[in-house]
Design a protein around this ligand. Sequence first.
Ligand SMILES: [Zn+2]
Length: 480
Amino acid sequence: MAMPSLKLKTFYERSPIAVQNLMSSVFGVIKRLDERGPLFRKIFRELEETQWWDRERLRALQIERLRNILRFAQEHVPFYGKSFAEYGVSWRQVSSMEDVRKFPMVTKEDLRSRRQELIPDVAPDSRVLRMSTSGTTGSPIEVLFTHRTLVAERAWVVRHRTWGGYDPRKWRGTFGGYRIVPIQQNEPPFWRFNVPWRQIHFSTLHMSARNLRFYAEALRRYRVEYLDGYPSTLYLMARYLLNNGQTIPMRAVFTGSEPVTEVYREAMEKAFACKVFDFYSMTEKVAGAGECEQHNGYHVCMEHVVVEVAPLGPESEYGKDIAGEVVGTSLVNTAMPLIRYRLGDVAAAAPAACACGRGLELIGQVTSRLRDIIVCPDGRHVSACSLTHPFKPIHSIEESQLIQETLTDVIVRIVRRPNYTKADERRLEEGLRERLGPDVRLHFEYVEKIPRTATGKFAAVISKVSTELWGPSEHSTAGQ
Ligand SMILES: [Zn+2]
């Protein structure tokens, strides 16, 4: 549960389960009022309609909005004022997608080192929120958003669920990053109810072979018909069922935040006897794309973003299935406009068209954010996604990496910034311990730099421990 304060979090953790369920539901109502209000309904209605527009009409809308954001950036954001002038480009020259390619790209490093220059000199059109992204090198970067941007993203996700035939009156099981069940709890229920949303949050921090039996029972008992969450955690659930010769049929599985490997998808589709509908998005909210019922690439949310797939270089190096790096532009976020922002994700070649009839253009699947999973001594599996959370509030870290050497030993490699203190280490240790449990020994190693993998990629989490749930070959695939 994303709790607003430490005090409330402590209260939540010490409360009886019934109170936690109530709090989870009340929080659901607050969230609903905030994220599903009139603005949401307006944007969602628009998205429901525009998805059926033909490509040209959508493109015209996209270019009009792109010109607006480029103009805003050029006139009000110092970073772009300078860089557009340097490149000799202006919003006035933009009348097609080709014109956009003349504009400079923005890197995560720009966002980190020139953050102040990316903030506009005028007040944004709605209230501003802050969120941290873990960045390419495991060091957090804070991004500013307008409330409208956040609401728009919710609308993309809800529209995407309609593509999978989602019925909000039926129960949905969520395997996300919320810490809803205290780590010290070792008996079921490992889930909490958000009644107004017909949603059950399952803890992704208690997934051991022993506990997964209870998860499976709960999915059946509460007649869960849809699942959503990280592919790696839903995969664990699926793997458990298949290993025990079971299936629990669902109507659809919605995944996001991590790439869905073929191994993941196959296991989920078998165990849950339905299709997986993946959605690609990220904290920066500069790109959003999802699979429709045809499962033919990912439809881009052209109404709110521009997504380009930029060539990576010599094809042979990456294999013929890789089209390039995903570069995204938000057409909505005026709190910190990100224009041609390099995401560091790699997408496969895009299919030309989709038989579903939606005019939204397509990109191929994003294949390169493969992350690893840490196995705890008590048998729980914790994905890299959950483990990046403790790093996010700490801004005195240049780079970080977790390496699980043995079942009980995890090395925390850190490249410090000058303002790093002992208190940061304690905070980090606490955050990791909350997720990994008391039996893991954390070894802090302060290094000058963190080596990249053979292919030049950065691995935030490397686990050298394989388990009964992960076959050895699958485990090595997941670690790439
Ligand atoms: Zn389609």
